[in-house]
Structure formats: structure tokens, C-alpha cells
Design a protein around this ligand. Structure first.
Ligand code: NTF
Length: 836
């Protein structure tokens, strides 16, 4: 370094150091600066929302600094990278999470307090980023938090939807969907990168020509849009690393189709181009069926094409060529949604980088791995060949080629077995030929994993049986996890403080197995009473939320019983509501003396129904109708209250989870791949009533069978029970509660007929079968709740046994067993705050 260079570098360092300082005055200066210069309000007058915005920008400055230095460090170290490709990220709010992860929460709280603002109040002004449907999207966000915390050289890639998950309102008991235009008031957490833009093509035709004795295919697309990058910094917990979530937004192409502007109809051409933006404008609100929607396929291609171009561009910029690309890059497919990326990578390598088929295929199969999140056959994505052919003609050609080679391999292994070929082919024959995206993902990925042990076993026996026989070594399990930062330490400060004090450390927040240390306190009476106090505090917060959102006053002496998740037949909210009706019917027929023995309950249900899922919407109406009836029946009083919380989302979950005492995870065994809220509830000392399904099985194993209420048919019994359902001798109590609904006890008898028919007819989800066992389990809940010491012990043991369910553990397993990537931790900078 020359003298001049050294001088310049010292100056730059000093400038940075004076700007981002960790004292109250510097933080205030930064916030007020943003009030005045970023959001252009007067520093003498700004309201809570503006205070939130300025605080967010001030926090963002720090994130950007850390992001820049982390990316530079990754660049210099040049480790193998992993990219997590997901159509959904259910982020929620970012302010508190960032401040906590950077260990700046106390400093910012104090700085704001002196300025006359309360951090707890202004943080509520942030809108949730709801770029996902439910479990799958939230898992992706938990994974980003863990990848950052574990110092992995990782990035997430996704779409920047302008309309996130719809906002649910309840009118007269019916669900109404409202658009979630979450960007209206700006989004301080993103950094637009107008210079990071890629063209993405659609439609047109493919021509072929000879070049140097090789056939070259040229795709002449008929439509092109630009993908613009928006970066969202993801800070790790108490590490100097900040990773990136890069989201793409569609913009009219800058260059394409200039011709049409000269053709006369200037205005029409502009309007047509404007359509480009619709590609990334809306999240599909159905988590299991996309039924051949062209726009959805366009979104998928738009997403993976921009992502792969970006990854290849950065790789070649750093390495001069694509040499060793497949040794230095891992690409994770979050479900089949990004699977068209397999064909796109092949296309880019062959048509743009001029690689041959063999080299391209070798690289492609070395970088991709695939996670399956559901066994429900209706959720397996298939695209009509005709649609794919029209929208992406070159990709269709490549898929045919992949399939042709795959079928050769199949014949080589199993001989001529037509039935097997028919079942396994990537192309499904029939009236309408379809491309089976899961088969494409299975053929091209080096690994496929399920998301809980039982689920990973089931996919080998059911939907992917043939593929398991062909590629047994590809199959793995990676049991889901959740970030213990957002889902315990940050959303439940009183519990965090009690645990810190008891364990004498907060190290458990990034090493969750340390919670085991709580076991030795489980029977300590004094500790138990503090545990109960903590739960009561959280219940009071939840009760206030219920009052605010539902207008219902609930007693915090009652047992808080919760089921919050997407509304779906397989999740069996119907079993829950039938159980509630039974409880109601019993209570209203009791003598005063008998009533004195009842454990009072507040039953809390929440969740969205896909807008086109009629039956699920009727279930919401049924819950509302029952709650109307129960809550206004003087014979019941505080013994039973039923509330439907509208617009269940990440921020609400952060209040609901800590405040719950019992939570229901009662899917028909073999249908819920994992579930992740079960982990969040258990981590917050909430007991679980559940079936032997998904991660419940492993939760029971970890916390002990005695500390969970398990009931119901087992997964291996389900197929036979279904065939015998017609002969089932239905429990009288079941018949009675169903009759109450159909006889109009809750009104709307006709409207509820499809629900009644479903459980009385084929009853695919075996509600009638499991009903008696469910009631028995609920009786056990009541009995146990009466003994506070036993209940509290179970609650402590739940938390103590939750170590396995940290997404840090899950991510470490992905890193070592699938991706082959290693931590790359940036050294702590001298200006870092204490403990970070
Ligand atoms: C969901 N799948 C599963 O239904 C949950 O059991 C699981 O916990 C999460 O994935 C995360 O793995 C889906 O949302 C989808 F889209 F695959 F149906």
C-alpha cells in the first residue's frame, strides 16, 4: 500500500467509526438524522410511525455495514457457497429481531426513551412481510436466521411479491380476503439494486443449427422482462456475519421489443410492457394446489432464471470461468416450486456457456438437492406439457431429453417394465400430458429429504417408492427446526430471563440443547411458582390481544387451549370444534355442583383458508357460529369461551405462542409432514395434545411420553381404517354433536352440510375414528391441569427437552450431510458492540 492509499484507508475507517458508534447519543443522532433526511420529517415533530421508520433506517445502516464486510470476507475466503431457493419467505417483522441479534436492543430502547418514544410501542408499527403461506415459508425464514448464526456462506433467493399473503377479516363469521399491499408505506429493510438486473425470457420458438459439428439450439423468445434485485440483510445472532436474502421484482424490459414502439401504437405498447410487473406482484395463497396457473409457472421461471444468472455471473466474475462451479456451489430446492431451475441451469450451461450435455448434466446433478414438504398427492406439482411447451419451449425440449436418458437408465436397471416406466416417467401420459416436477427434481438432485423422521420414511413407502428403489442412497431425513431467537428468546422475555437466571448463562440461545439443564429444577416448588408467574404474564398479554381483536373478555384463570395453523381438512380443525361442541353440551346440562368441578377453558382457533377452498371456509364459519352460541350462553359463563382470532400471522404468533398452555396438533397420522409450530409451543412451555404425526413423534421422544398428550390412530393403521370406515360403529357422542350441527343448533344448518357429510361419509381424515380417543386425551388434560405442580413439571420438561428442535441443528445437518459447506466467520470488528 502506498502512503496515499494508507492515508485514504485510515480516513475511511475513521469516518465509519465516528458514524456507527455504540453510545446513546450516536444512536439518537442517527435516528434523528433519518427523520430529517431520509423520511424528510421535522426532527421536532415525528409520530410513532415515523419514529419506527427512522429507527429501522438507523438499524439498517448497521446491517449494511455488516453485510458489506461479510460479503467481502466471503469473497476473499472463497468457500463453497449454498443458495436456498424458495418461492416463499414468511419473514414477519424485522426491527426487534435485528436489534436483538446485533445486541443493540438496550441501547436503542434507551436512546428512544430519552427522545420520548417507547420501542415496545413503535415496533408495533412495522407491517409483517408475509411473503409466504405458512409452514414452508416460515421454515425458510428460520433457516436464514440459522444460516447467518452458524456463519454459513449462504444466501437466500426468492420473489419480492407486492401483495403478500392476504389479510383475513371475519365478517358475520365468514372469511373475507383483503389485499396485503405491504409496501405502501415503504420498506426500510430492503436495498434496491437497480444495477443488478437480468433479462428473463418467455414464449417464442427454438431453432437449431450446426456449429463446429455440433447442434446448437437457439431460443428466440417472444417476451422478455427484467428482474431487479432487492437485498434484505439477515443478521446472525451475536456474530459479525450478516447474510443476504435477495428477492426479485419484475420490471418492463429495458431493451426488448423496441421495435414495437415504432409500429405506431406507442401508448398500447407501453401499457403492454407494464404487464411485466404482474409477474412478481402476488403470492399465490393456496399452499397445496396451483392447478396449472400460467402466471405461477411464469413466476417460477422468472425466479430461478434471475437467480441462476446471478449466481453464474458472480461466480465467473470472481473465478474468470465456470471451472469448479459444481464443487463450489450448492443449490437447495425448497419443495418443487423452483424445479424448473434444473432445466434452466442446463439451458444456461449448454446454450449460453456452450458446455456439452454430459458436462452440464454432471454439474447440474452435483449442485441440486431437493426437500419434499408434503405427502398429500394433490400438492405434487404438475404442469401441462402444452403450457410448458408454449411458455418455455427450450426447457420443454431439455426436459424431454432428460427424461429420455432417465428412461434408458431405468431400462438398464429394471429391464423392460412398462408399468414402472409409466409410473416413473417425468412425463405423465394421458389425455392431457403433464410434466411431473417432483420426478424431475428426484432425477436431477443428488439428495432428497423429508422434514421429520416419520415423513422421510413415508415418502419412501408411498409417493416416491419407485424412486427409492432406484436411488436408495439419495434419500435422507432432516427434521425441521425453528429459530430459538424469534420463537423463544425474543418473543418471551420473562421466560428467557428466568431460564438465564436458572442456567446462569444465555448461551442456550445459540446452543439449545443446554436447556436440558432445566430438568433438575422441574420438581423445585419455588422454581415452579416462578414458572407459573411467567406463564401468567404471557397469558395476560394474549388475553389483551383477544379483547382487542375479538372483543371477548377471557379469564386468565382458564386453561388457554390453542389451535392456530392453516385451515385444512387434514389438520382436523373439525375434530377440535366437535370436541368443543361436546364440552359445551356437557356443561350446559350440568348441575351447579357438577360445574364446580369443570376446568374453565378458553379455546382459541386461528388460521386462513385458501380463498378457493370452500370447505375450509365453511369450517371457519362453523367455528364462529359455535363461538357466538357458547360465548353468549349464560349457562356456561367463564367455563368455556371460544374465539376465532382473525388474520393469524407471524406477529400474532409471537403473542399467541408464549401465552398458550395447551396446543393442538391433531392431523390424521401420516398427513402432516412435520409441523413447526408444535416445536414453538413446546419451547414456550405449552403442552401438546397431538397425534403420532410429523414432528410430534420426535417431540414425544425428546421430552418424554409422560409430558405430552398423544392419542389416535397410527400412520400404518390409517390405510386399513379408511377401507373399513363404512363399517365403523360410530361413538354416540360423535353422532350427537354432528346431529347438533345438522339440526341447526348453531344456525346455518344447510351451509354446514358439506362438513357434516365429509365426516359422516367417507371421512377420509378419520375424524369419527379418532373422536373417542381425542375426548379421552382431553379428559386427561383437564385432570392434569387441576394439579398445578404436575402440569408445571410437564411444562418445564417440555422446554428442557426441546434442544433438538432448534433450526441451528437442522442447518448444521444440511450443511454437513447435504451441502458440504463449512462455516466462514468474519472476525469481530473493533467497533462491534459488547457480546456480538
Ligand atoms: C409444510 N408443507 C408441511 O405441511 C408442514 O408439515 C411442514 O412443517 C412445513 O411444510 C415445513 O416443512 C407445505 O406447506 C407444502 F407446501 F409443501 F404443502
Amino acid at each position: 500500500m502506498s502512503e496515499d492509499e494508507r492515508h485514504r484507508s485510515d480516513l475511511l475507517y475513521t469516518l465509519m467509526d465516528t458514524y456507527i458508534k455504540n453510545d446513546v447519543l450516536s444512536v439518537q443522532e442517527s435516528i434523528v438524522n433519518h427523520v430529517e433526511y431520509t423520511i424528510a420529517r421535522s426532527r421536532y415533530h415525528f409520530d410513532d410511525f415515523e419514529a419506527y421508520q427512522a429507527t429501522a433506517y438507523s438499524t439498517r445502516d448497521r446491517l449494511i455495514e455488516s453485510w458489506n464486510d461479510t460479503q467481502q470476507y466471503f469473497h476473499d475466503q472463497d468457500p463453497k457457497r449454498v443458495y436456498y431457493l424458495s418461492m416463499e419467505f414468511l419473514v414477519g417483522r424485522s426491527l426487534l429481531n435485528a436489534l436483538y441479534n446485533l445486541n443493540l436492543k438496550g441501547l436503542y430502547r434507551e436512546a428512544l426513551e430519552q427522545l420520548g418514544y417507547n420501542l415496545e410501542i413503535i415496533k408495533e408499527r412495522e407491517r409483517d412481510a408475509a411473503l409466504g403461506n405458512g409452514g414452508l415459508g416460515r421454515l425458510a425464514s428460520c433457516f436464514l436466521d440459522s444460516m447467518a448464526t452458524e456463519n454459513l456462506p449462504a444466501w437466500g433467493y426468492g420473489l419480492r411479491y407486492q401483495y403478500g399473503m392476504f389479510r383475513q377479516t371475519i365478517q358475520d363469521g365468514f372469511q373475507r380476503e383483503n389485499p396485503d399491499y405491504w409496501l405502501t408505506l415503504g420498506n426500510p429493510w430492503e436495498i434496491e439494486r437497480p444495477n443488478v438486473t437480468y433479462p428473463v425470457s418467455f414464449y417464442g420458438h427454438v431453432s437449431a443449427r450446426e456449429e463446429d459439428g455440433r447442434q446448437i439450439f437457439v431460443w428466440n423468445p417472444a417476451e422478455q422482462v427484467d428482474a431487479v434485485a432487492y437485498d434484505n440483510p439477515i443478521p446472525g445472532y451475536r456474530t459479525a456475519n450478516t447474510i443476504n436474502l435477495r428477492l426479485w421484482s419484475a420490471k418492463p424490459s429495458r431493451e426488448f421489443d423496441l421495435e414495437s414502439f415504432n409500429s405506431g401504437d406507442y401508448v398500447a405498447s407501453i401499457l403492454e410492457k407494464q404487464n411485466a410487473e404482474s409477474i412478481s406482484s402476488v403470492l399465490y395463497p393456496d399452499d397445496r394446489t396451483y392447478k396449472g396457473k400460467e402466471l405461477r409457472l411464469k413466476q417460477q421461471h422468472f425466479f430461478v432464471s434471475a437467480t441462476l444468472q446471478d449466481i453464474l455471473r458472480r461466480y465467473t466474475a470472481q473465478h474468470g470461468s465456470l471451472e469448479n462451479f459444481s464443487d463450489k456451489v450448492a443449490l437447495q430446492l425448497n419443495d418443487t416450486h423452483p424445479t424448473i431451475g434444473i432445466a434452466e441451469l442446463m439451458r444456461l450451461l449448454m446454450d449460453v456457456y456452450k458446455w456439452g450435455w454430459t458436462a452440464s448434466w454432471e454439474a447440474t446433478t452435483k449442485v441440486f438437492s431437493f426437500t419434499n414438504h408434503t405427502v398429500l398427492p394433490e400438492a405434487l406439482e404438475q404442469w401441462p406439457v402444452e403450457l410448458l411447451q408454449e411458455l418455455l419451449p427450450r426447457h420443454m425440449q431439455i426436459i424431454y431429453d432428460i427424461n429420455w436418458r432417465f428412461l434408458q437408465e431405468l431400462r438398464a436397471k429394471f429391464g423392460n417394465d412398462q408399468a414402472r416406466e409409466y409410473r416413473m416417467s417425468i412425463i405423465q401420459e394421458g389425455d392431457e400430458k403433464m410434466v411431473r416436477m417432483a420426478h424431475l427434481a428426484l432425477v436431477a438432485s443428488h439428495t432428497v429429504n423429508g422434514v421429520a423422521e416419520i415423513h422421510s420414511e413415508l415418502i419412501k413407502q408411498t409417493i416416491f417408492e419407485d424412486f427409492y428403489e432406484m436411488y436408495p442412497k439419495k434419500f435422507q431425513n432432516k427434521t425441521n427446526g425453528v429459530t430459538p431467537r424469534r420463537w423463544l428468546a425474543f418473543c418471551n422475555p420473562p421466560l428467557r430471563n428466568l431460564i438465564n437466571e436458572t442456567l446462569g448463562t444465555d448461551a442456550w440461545i445459540s446452543r439449545l440443547d443446554l436447556l436440558e439443564g432445566l430438568k433438575s429444577h422441574a420438581d423445585d416448588g419455588e422454581f415452579q411458582s416462578r414458572w407459573v408467574e411467567v406463564k401468567q404474564l404471557a397469558k395476560a398479554k394474549l388475553a389483551a390481544k383477544i379483547k382487542e381483536l375479538c372483543g371477548v373478555e377471557v379469564s386468565t384463570d382458564a386453561l388457554f387451549d390453542v389451535q392456530v395453523k392453516r385451515i385444512h381438512e387434514y389438520k382436523r380443525q373439525v375434530l377440535n370444534i366437535l370436541g368443543i361442541i361436546h364440552r359445551y353440551d356437557q356443561i350446559r346440562n350440568m348441575s351447579e355442583e357438577e360445574k364446580a368441578d369443570v376446568v374453565p377453558r378458553v379455546c382459541i382457533i386461528g388460521g386462513k383458508a385458501a380463498p378457493g377452498y370452500e370447505l375450509a371456509k365453511r369450517i371457519i364459519k362453523l367455528i364462529s357460529a359455535v363461538s357466538q352460541r357458547v360465548n353468549n350462553d349464560p349457562a356456561v359463563g367463564d367455563l368455556l369461551k371460544v374465539v376465532f382470532i382473525p388474520d393469524y400471522n407471524v406477529s400474532l404468533a409471537e403473542v399467541i405462542v408464549p401465552g398458550s398452555e395447551l396446543s393442538q396438533h391433531i392431523s390424521t397420522a401420516g398427513t402432516e409432514a412435520s409441523g413447526t409450530s408444535n416445536m414453538k409451543f413446546a419451547m414456550n412451555g405449552c403442552l401438546i395434545i397431538g397425534t403420532m404425526d410429523g414432528a410430534n413423534v420426535e417431540i414425544a421422544e425428546e421430552i418424554g411420553d409422560d409430558n405430552i398428550f398423544i392419542f389416535g390412530a397410527l400412520a400404518h393403521e390409517v390405510p386399513k381404517l379408511r377401507t373399513e370406515r363404512a363399517d365403523l360403529k360410530v361413538d354416540d357422542r360423535f353422532a350427537h354433536v354432528v346431529r347438533l350441527i345438522s339440526s341447526g343448533e348453531f344456525g346455518y344448518a344447510d351451509f354446514f352440510t358439506p362438513i357434516v357429510d365429509a365426516v359422516q361419509g367417507s371421512d377420509y381424515y378419520l375424524v369419527a375414528n379418532d373422536f373417542p380417543a381425542y375426548l379421552r386425551a382431553q379428559d386427561a388434560v383437564d385432570r392434569t391441569y387441576k394439579n398445578s405442580s404436575i402440569w408445571t413439571r410437564m411444562s418445564i420438561m417440555s422446554v428442557a427437552g426441546c434442544g433438538k428442535f432448534s433450526s441451528d441443528r437442522t442447518i448444521r445437518q444440511y450443511a454437513t450431510e447435504i451441502w458440504g459447506v463449512e462455516p466462514c466467520e468474519r472476525p469481530r470488528p473493533p467497533n462491534a458492540p459488547e457480546g456480538y
